[in-house]
Every structure is written in structure tokens, then in C-alpha cells.
Design a protein around this ligand. Structure first.
Ligand code: 13P
Length: 246
């Protein structure tokens, strides 16, 4: 089994009900894409999005490690499932920086996601200072080792490599830099998990219609986690098309 191709959109803290019209447009423009498509809208929109998403999977952007309890403002994995989600982003760098999430907490959230039946999209990525200091491969190795729980499989886990300095900046690594990290991730996953060769590996960070095809041609890049360019069907659609053709 080869890794499945996945075009994933992360709407972050953007969008109200009116934004769901973008899903209708994606469905109309791409009735049968040649890849899996996932959108992760804000939690307020998950239920309504799932009700009209057709073949597009819907995911949350975070979940709590506990199944329920006194955690004001948090969302349990089973609640995302109840709302119609099939996936959840875990350990995005904005969660790591805004909320101080650690690899240990992220692994616990991934376990909770798996127990609820969600696919966990676990994010890793170096800061610019870490890249400048030549620490990128060590940082990614440590984040992978710490953030992925023992029960991770190709069926319940996707990994997204998102260099922090490339997110929302319009800057992207060179193809060689992406290739180097993705080859390392594939090796680490294959070393640790029986089906590590089949886990989908996404690149994220300033993916646009104009650079998607080049990024999808890089070995071990099985798709993208897209922020800003996932908000509009006219931008996300060409990225879906580029991945379908890759
Ligand atoms: P941008 O595509 O806006 O750079 O965001 C990437 C990202 O953080 C997706 O999770």
C-alpha cells in the first residue's frame, strides 16, 4: 500500500457560516478528485460543514487529551466525531507556540483522537532560528519521536511537516530542503512502525496554486496542509488538481 494522497486545508480562526459556500464550490468544481480532500474549519463550523461536505472529509483543529470533564473551552475528540469530523489536526505550531503545547501533550491528544476513531494529523516543524543553527533534522526527529504515540498507524495518522518560518510568510524551503526532511521522516517512521512506509507525509507552509505542482513532485511528499490558500475554492481547487495530477 502506498501512502494516500491528501490535500488538507486548515482554516485556522477564519470563517463563519457564509464561508461554507466555498465547500459547495469545491464540490462542484472537483466532483471526483484524484486525491483525498480534507478541510479543517473552526470548531463552530464542523457540524454544518460535515453536513454538506460530500466526499470532502471534515476535521477539527485540536482536541483535548481527556475524553470529557472540567476543561472550559476545550473540545473532546468524541465531540468532534459527534459533530461529523473524521480527522483532527494535533500539535500545530500555532498550538505549540500560542498554548505552549509539548510533544508529550501532543502524543496524549493523538491517543485520544485515535481512541475516538479520528485520524490525527500531527504537525512538526523547525523555527527559523533552529534551521539557521543547523538543528532542523534533530528537531524534526525529536518532535516525531515525542509526538507520535505507539499506536500510530498509516490508517490513523498523517504527519505534516510545517517549517514555522514558512507559515503565512510566502516563503517556502527549497525543494532540496523539503526533500531532506521528508526523507528523514520516512526513514524514522519506517524504523519505528511496521507500516511507517505508508503513513502520508504532508508539506505545509505557504503552499499556493503557483508552487503546488513543484512541491508535490518532491519524493515522499504525499500532499499538503494548506492555510491561507485553503480559504477560497478558487485557490484550493488548483492545489487539489495539482495533487490529483502528481
Ligand atoms: P499557510 O498556508 O497560510 O502558510 O499556513 C500553513 C499552515 O499553517 C497550515 O496548517
Amino acid at each position: 500500500m502506498a501512502p494516500r494522497k491528501l490535500a488538507a486545508g486548515n482554516w485556522k480562526m477564519n470563517g463563519t457560516l457564509a464561508a461554507l459556500a466555498e465547500i459547495d464550490r469545491l464540490l462542484a468544481d472537483h466532483p471526483q478528485p484524484g486525491c483525498d480532500v480534507l478541510l479543517c474549519p473552526p470548531a463552530t463550523l464542523v457540524h454544518a460543514a460535515a453536513a454538506r461536505a460530500g466526499h470532502i472529509a471534515i476535521g477539527g483543529q485540536d482536541c483535548h487529551a481527556q475524553a470529557s470533564g472540567a476543561h472550559t473551552g476545550d473540545i473532546a475528540a468524541a465531540q468532534l466525531v459527534d459533530a461529523g469530523a473524521s480527522h483532527v489536526i494535533i500539535g500545530h505550531s500555532e498550538r505549540r507556540s500560542d498554548h505552549g503545547e509539548t510533544d508529550i501533550q501532543i502524543a496524549a491528544k493523538a491517543v485520544a483522537a485515535h481512541q475516538a476513531g479520528l485520524v490525527a494529523v500531527i504537525c512538526v516543524g523547525e523555527t527559523e532560528a533552529q534551521r539557521d543553527a543547523g538543528q532542523t533534522l534533530d528537531v524534526i526527529s525529536a518532535q516525531l519521536a515525542g509526538s507520535m504515540p505507539e499506536g500510530a498507524t498509516a490508517a490513523n495518522t498523517v504527519i505534516a511537516y510545517e517549517p514555522v518560518w514558512a507559515i503565512g510568510t510566502g516563503r517556502t524551503p527549497t525543494s532540496d530542503q523539503i526533500a531532506e526532511v521528508h526523507a528523514l521522516m520516512r526513514q524514522r517512521l519506517s524504523d519505528r512502525f511496521a507500516d511507517g512506509g505508508d503513513v502520508a507525509l504532508l508539506y505545509g507552509g505557504s503552499v499556493k496554486p503557483g508552487n503546488a505542482a513543484e512541491i508535490f513532485a518532491i519524493p515522499h511528499v504525499n500532499g499538503a496542509l494548506v492555510g491561507g490558500a485553503s480559504l477560497k475554492a478558487q485557490d484550493f481547487g488548483p492545489i487539489i488538481a495539482a495533487l490529483s495530477a502528481a
